[in-house]
Design a binder for this molecule. Sequence first.
Ligand SMILES: [Zn+2]
Length: 322
Amino acid sequence: MNELFLKKVNNPAHYRFEKVNCYSCGSDDYSLFLIGQEDLTGKDGEFQYVKCNQCQLVYQNPRISVDQIKEFYDGEYIAHRKKKNWGVLTPLYEWTMNKHDREKDKLVSKHVRFDSETEILDVGCAVGTFLLHMNKKYNCKISGVDFKEGLEYPGFDKIEFYEGLFYEQEMSSKRYDLITMWHFLEHDYDPIKTLEKAKEVLKDDGKLIIEVPRLDSFTYRLFGKKWPGVQAPQHTILFDKKKFVEMMERNGFKVVKYRAWGAFPPYFYIFAGAYFKLIGKGLNLNKIIFPYFLGQLLLTPVLIFQKVLNLSMQTIVLEKAK
Ligand SMILES: [Zn+2]
């Protein structure tokens, strides 16, 4: 029966898919959860997300093969965006991007004390602005890992950069005081191996801080399969709070703090979700940047309360289980 609904989706002939068992429990017993589209840049395709019948994890199955996923991480992908001229809105855009790093700083500073000896590793570091911010502010040591090639960003050479898959890197064990994964784990093709590696390279008293979109959030209820957190086919897993916490606890971590918000602006999900649902696929930032900021201004009274509204994100602070 599972085989049948794998065939119903329409995709360009050159896409290759692979079946995958549940990342959490290994079962291959599942039910259809939703069919997602590549709404962010508007590429063709339909991508199936299923819910595991054994443990209720929601994940992409079949998933697009790992050597083809790279074509979905093109220049429009916001996390990899380089410095750009937005004309009159450039200062506002820069302020927004810098604010994202300041929010990450605020979040991690509650749990880690930074000085020139502190070692930070950012997994999925993209152009590295968070690491550079931390280095500039606290003079701490910064390492990053990502599989995106050709990253050029001012100051990037200050980062001890590892290219490729995190769990395949040669790194000394128990080195890092802080490991961060900002919107990385929901893209991962092998999250269990990633968590194992994190445990290995984290100091015994170090912290692992992970932010992912939250499936059981207000914006998912509002937008359903057009929820920006689906982000097909890049997102391999859609975590609700229960499954997110459970995966951490089952893989050797203890939860220090759970938060129903993150550094990523929930407003982006509100704007993009409304756009995908009402207008269509393909978010061209050049065209929407003005309405984007206007909408943000209008929603300011609501966004003040984002930390208690469970709008879109979740962040977890972890330490090694004893
Ligand atoms: Zn499962």
